[in-house]
Write a protein that binds this ligand. Structure first.
Ligand code: AHM
Ligand code: MG
Length: 334
């Protein structure tokens, strides 16, 4: 029987053999994984637990919160606040940063997360997930929102957990992308794939087509050309897949290639896009890049954007390199 590599062992080896991560970061990632297991349990209960439906409240983005959005947020905070590895956390579901309370020791890391991505899919039993990103707090006393405003290139760990037919944790600490599947009987994440690669070419795209009339010209051009298939300039037929949970759409792309687009559109012209830079786009961009793919906002590499606020939004084009290169090029052509 092939030997089973547990998440703990993978992380210990990243720390010991590869020297990629300090012990505190290893422990922090283990706690995040443990929180994801608890969220996975809550998700699995569905209508049998008190986890479905709306929480009748709004988050800072003006979006209605689901009960599971709030549960997942609380699980992540409770699990991470006491370990001594973190200085503060930030979440899609909280307006400001959450500073680790004085009663616990403060560590040097900053953790950001979208506790439950794909909220609109919760009640219909479609894959959802948790996305997270870890930064190092800049030197200096105390911790403030300003400390979080670092470009994605500064991430020291990033990943997501997708709650689908399987619960899968996908992680990078800058040494490629590793995939762990939750063994429910054992309660452990087991390494099931290492060094994931995104094919450079693809025939699959993911976009919310219902927004077509609101897109900018380069996006319309790119998608029109895909839709023309064999008869058009692309000379091949494309397929479309859209789950509506970024975490599931990006997971498919990491697994078999494709391109994910959530562009700026005219519905909210003052916002750079729908998705959030710091806890959605940045961690996903790093994973995609680590797997040999590419991620831009149409003009520049997402990970090089210096954020100006915690909940900053961004246009997103990510996945198979040649497709992202193409749609990015269209943004600079007249
Ligand atoms: P959420 O974090 O509130 O769930 O919102 C993000 C989600 C993404 O997972 C998904 O790609 C997108 O919103 C879908 O939005 P829409 O259905 O409005 O196009
Ligand atoms: Mg989200």
């Amino acid at each position: 029987m092939p030997k089973r590599i547990f998440l703990t062992r993978y992380l210990v080896e990243q720390q010991r053999l590869e020297g990629h991560i300090p012990p505190e970061l290893r422990l922090l990632l283990e706690v995040v994984a443990r929180a994801c297991k608890r969220i996975s349990q809550a998700v699995n209960k569905g209508a049998l637990g008190d986890v479905m439906g709306s929480a009748e409240s709004e988050n800072v983005q003006g979006e209605m919160q689901k009960k599971l959005d709030i549960i997942a947020n609380e699980v992540l905070i409770e699990a991470n606040e006491w370990g001594g590895h973190l200085a503060a956390m930030a979440s899609e579901e909280m307006e400001g940063i959450y500073v680790v309370p004085n009663r616990y020791p403060q560590g040097e890391y900053l953790l950001m997360f979208d506790p439950l991505d794909g909220s609109s899919n919760i009640d219909v039993n479609v894959s959802i997930g948790t996305i997270f990103s870890v930064l190092v707090k800049p030197e200096g006393a105390g911790v403030s929102e300003q400390d979080f405003l670092q470009p994605g290139t500064k991430q020291v760990a990033a990943g997501y957990c997708v709650y689908g037919p399987q619960t899968t944790l996908v992680l990078t600490v800058g040494d490629g992308v590793a995939v762990f599947t939750l063994d429910r009987e054992q309660g452990s994440f087991i390494l099931t794939e290492e060094d994931l690669r995104v094919p450079e070419d693809t025939k699959e795209f993911a976009i919310n087509m219902s927004n077509e009339r609101h897109w900018a010209t380069p996006v319309t051009r790119y998608i029109d050309e895909c839709l023309q298939g064999k008869d058009g300039v692309r000379g091949k037929d494309f397929n479309m897949r859209w789950v509506g949970s970024m975490v599931a759409d990006v997971h498919r792309i990491l697994t078999r290639g494709g391109v994910f687009l959530y562009p700026w559109d005219k519905r909210e012209p003052d916002k750079a896009g729908k998705l959030r830079l710091m806890y959605e786009a940045n961690p996903m961009s790093w994973l995609i890049e680590q797997a040999g793919g590419m991620a831009t906002n149409g003009k520049q590499r997402i990970m090089e954007i210096t954020p100006t606020k915690l909940h900053e939004r961004v246009s997103v084009f990510m996945g198979s390199k040649n497709e992202v290169e193409r749609v990015t090029r269209y943004h600079s052509e007249p």
